[in-house]
Design a protein. Structure first.
Length: 244
C-alpha cells in the first residue's frame, strides 16, 4: 500500500511582500499571495493532517505579513513553525500564528517592532544650490519626499501610523503566544538567539527539521511522517517570465 502524504512543508524564505520589486529579484522574496496559495492547496487535502512552515526570513511589509498570518489562523490543520536562520520582525509574527514554534539554538528570533525608513537629502541639496520647486496639493501629499524637510505635523502623522502598526503587531503576538505584553515591550526590537527566545517564551522547542516534524506528529497524532514538500517560488529571471 502506498502511504499518502500526511504532512506538508511550506517554505517562507526572503522578504515577505505582496509583489516583487527589482532589488528582491537578487535577494529573493516571499510573495504573500503565493504563500497563501500554497496554504490553500494543502488545506483542501483531507489526508494532510499537519503543516510545517519552513521560515527563513527577516520580515516584510505589514499587509503581506498579516495576510499570511490570517490564513494560518483559519487553517483546520495542526501547524508548526520551523525557524531556520532568521525568523524576525514580520516573519516572527507569522511564526507566532502557528500552534508551536521550533528554532535552532543559534537562530535569530524576534526583533518585534516597526521601522519606517525615509532618507532626506534637503540639506545636501541646499549645500549645492539645488531647490525643490515641486507643486504639491493636499496637506500630507508631500510626506516622504526625500528633497524637502518634513514639517512637525507630518512627522507626528507618520509617527502615529507607525505606532498603530506596532501596537497591532504586539497585540497579535501577545494573543498568539499567550504572553504578557510587558515581556514583549522589554525586548522590543531586540533580535534574540534561539535559546534566549526559548527562555522568554517566544519559541517552544530548540531543534532542527526533524524536531519540527516530531512536534507535528505529536500534534496530529501521526505515527510516521510522509512529507509533501512544496517548492519555493522562482527567482529572477524565471519569476519575471512567469509573472508577465
Amino acid at each position: 500500500m502506498i502511504l499518502r502524504p500526511n504532512t506538508a512543508l511550506v517554505p517562507i524564505e526572503g522578504i515577505i511582500t505582496t509583489e516583487v520589486v527589482p532589488v528582491q529579484y537578487l535577494r529573493g522574496a516571499a510573495i504573500s499571495s503565493e504563500i497563501t496559495k500554497n496554504i490553500e492547496r494543502v488545506a483542501k487535502k483531507a489526508h494532510i493532517k499537519a503543516i510545517v512552515f519552513e521560515i527563513n526570513s527577516p520580515g516584510g511589509t505589514p499587509f503581506a505579513v498579516k495576510e499570511v498570518a490570517d490564513k494560518i489562523h483559519r487553517l483546520d490543520k495542526k501547524t508548526v513553525a520551523w525557524i531556520r536562520e532568521y525568523g524576525t520582525s514580520g516573519a516572527y509574527w507569522i511564526a507566532s500564528a502557528c500552534q508551536k514554534i521550533v528554532a535552532d539554538r543559534l537562530s535569530t528570533i524576534g526583533s518585534i517592532g516597526v521601522a519606517m525608513l525615509n532618507l532626506n537629502f534637503s540639506e545636501l541639496m541646499e549645500k549645492y544650490g539645488i531647490r525643490d520647486e515641486s507643486i504639491i496639493l493636499g496637506k500630507f501629499k508631500g510626506i516622504g519626499l526625500p528633497f524637502r524637510r518634513p514639517s512637525p505635523e507630518e512627522k507626528e502623522f507618520l509617527e502615529e501610523r507607525v505606532k498603530k502598526i506596532y501596537n497591532h503587531f504586539i497585540d497579535e503576538v501577545v494573543k498568539n503566544r499567550r504572553l504578557q505584553r510587558q515581556v514583549l515591550e522589554d525586548i522590543s526590537g531586540a533580535p534574540l538567539l534561539g535559546e534566549e527566545a526559548l527562555e522568554r517564551g517566544l519559541v517552544d522547542y530548540l531543534g532542527n527539521k526533524e524536531k519540527a516534524l516530531e512536534v507535528s506528529r505529536e500534534l496530529a497524532g501521526i505515527a510516521r511522517t510522509k512529507l509533501q514538500e512544496l517548492g519555493k517560488p522562482g527567482f529572477f529571471p524565471f519569476t519575471l517570465l512567469r509573472r508577465t
